[in-house]
Design a protein around this ligand. Structure first.
Ligand code: EPU
Length: 419
């Protein structure tokens, strides 16, 4: 099993080009199933989750090839409609293939998806929406067997109880080729939803209102292929900015999505870092010591503060002057990284959905296990800010979402190796 060895306590300095977005690439890869023609994706991140998506596509009879950050997917012939449990378990986004398969063939058999353990992650809203779209769903021995009695899903008016990112994406995937119009009320407004819609529109879909709470989709008979550039990864961006903020130093982040990162940047700025942006480039300078964030950091659906950036910002604030308070409102169990940070000397108290982080003068290196994707990235962040050597194991969690994290950190001058 691989691990990361980090010698912390050094200021970071350098220029980094941001990777493409994982949470955009995965639903877009599922969406490629809707096109009989070839789809070419650029700026596609090289990640284990992306390979998991390609294994599902291959299993279903599609061809998927990669060359650097370019992916080519040919879904000309879909030969299977069932996704085995072991492929479903590899990641949360495997559930996106439900909407896409229903859109393409009117049937599919899936099971509960895997993904990071962040508390219960049900798919009740996905299933209720599919049922509203006329899909017959039967659950048997862990399998979820879905089919459209008329061979095609039907447009529907769907109101989500919560603006779930995954449910919004699944509905979009099923609705773009459904019979009639679909309206999603209380839709998620995350930038990755807009990127998926941008891709679907490039394939000929008719969608209005993405980025807002009400999305309207006009069902089409068929979609065509396209070439599409995946948006930059705002969470990986938040992670590398947090690392430099925590360790001190300065960095330039290029190929960034500045506007989409604003909810994060506006909070990070309160720590005293100097942050400016021009075009798709962000410049950050972090002085000797960060200030704590005075207002409570509440994770919320976009455009609120992103839950995916909570752990890395927490790592940066462990050494700030004063106390910062986090409130995690999206997932029930998303503070699992706090134990590793405490092991490095941080003062964190978790009480239900609140975490109180009292800044300490210094952190020290420690051995820790990545608990989940963003939690693992937070450990790297804290290790870079800590004096001495840290060893992080179970880094397969980190590889699911960060493209060669050690190379990116080395570009910034960090002392990190993978062994
Ligand atoms: N929820 C339900 N029922 C559902 C769907 C969701 O109760 O049918 C609940 C979840 O349990 C959770 C909340 O609603 O408490 C939000 O879940 P959502 O569906 O919005 O999230 P997701 O689609 O499972 C995506 C990202 C996550 C990110 C969240 C929130 C992908 C592959 N995953 O998850 O990313 O945290 O949206 O923004 O896009 C990550 O990248 O590390 C990650 C976990």
């Amino acid at each position: 099993m691989q691990k990361l060895i980090i010698n912390g306590g050094k200021r970071l300095h350098g220029e980094l080009s941001l990777q493409g977005s994982k949470n955009s690439a995965l639903p877009v890869m599922a969406a490629a199933l809707l096109c009989e023609d070839t789809v070419e994706l650029t700026n596609c991140p090289v990640l284990t989750d992306v390979y998991s998506a390609s294994r599902i596509l291959n299993h279903l009879g599609c061809q998927c090839s990669f060359s650097g950050s370019r992916a080519v997917i040919s879904a000309g012939s879909v030969t299977k409609t069932e996704i085995p449990e072991e492929l479903m378990r590899e990641m949360r986004s495997s559930i996106m293939f439900m909407g896409a398969m229903l859109g393409r063939t009117g049937e599919c058999t899936v099971s509960i998806p895997g993904g990071c353990e962040l508390g219960p992650r049900p798919i009740d809203m996905h299933l209720a929406a599919m049922r509203k779209m006329g899909i017959d769903i039967r659950e048997s021995m862990g399998r979820i067997i879905c089919h459209a009695p008329s061979g095609r899903a039907k447009g529907a008016r769907i109101s989500l109880a919560f603006p779930s990112v995954g449910a919004t994406e699944n509905i979009l995937l099923c609705a773009v080729t459904a019979e009639g119009d679909t309206v999603i009320n209380n839709a998620a407004r995350e930038p990755e939803i807009c990127d998926l819609c941008g891709f679907l529109r490039s394939c000929g879909a008719e969608i209005k209102g993405d980025g807002e709470s009400r999305i309207v989709i006009k069902g089409k008979n068929k979609l065509h292929g396209c070439t599409y550039r995946i948006m930059p990864d705002r969470i990986a961006g938040a992670t590398y900015l947090s690392m430099t903020a925590a360790a001190g130093g300065e960095m330039i982040l290029t190929n960034a999505c500045v506007q989409e990162m604003e909810p994060f940047i506006s909070v990070l700025e309160q720590t005293g870092c100097s942050i400016s942006a021009k075009g798709d480039t962000i410049y950050l300078r972090s002085g000797a010591r960060l200030r704590s964030v005075k207002e409570r950091i509440r994770t919320m659906p976009h455009p609120g503060f992103p839950t995916d950036a909570q752990a890395v910002l927490m790592a940066a604030l462990t050494k700030a002057d004063g106390t910062s308070i986090f409130e995690e409102n999206i997932f029930d169990c998303r503070y699992r990284h706090s134990e590793a940070l405490i092991k490095m000397g941080a003062d964190i108290q978790v009480l239900g959905k609140v975490a109180v982080v009292k800044g300490v003068p210094s952190l020290h290196g420690a051995a820790c296990e990545a608990t989940d994707l963003r939690g693992g990235a937070a450990m790297v962040c804290a290790a870079l800010a800590a004096e001495g050597r840290s060893v992080i194991t179970k880094i397969s969690h980190i590889d699911r979402g960060y493209e060669k994290i050690e190379e990116a950190v080395r570009t910034l001058g960090g002392d990190i190796v993978r062994v």
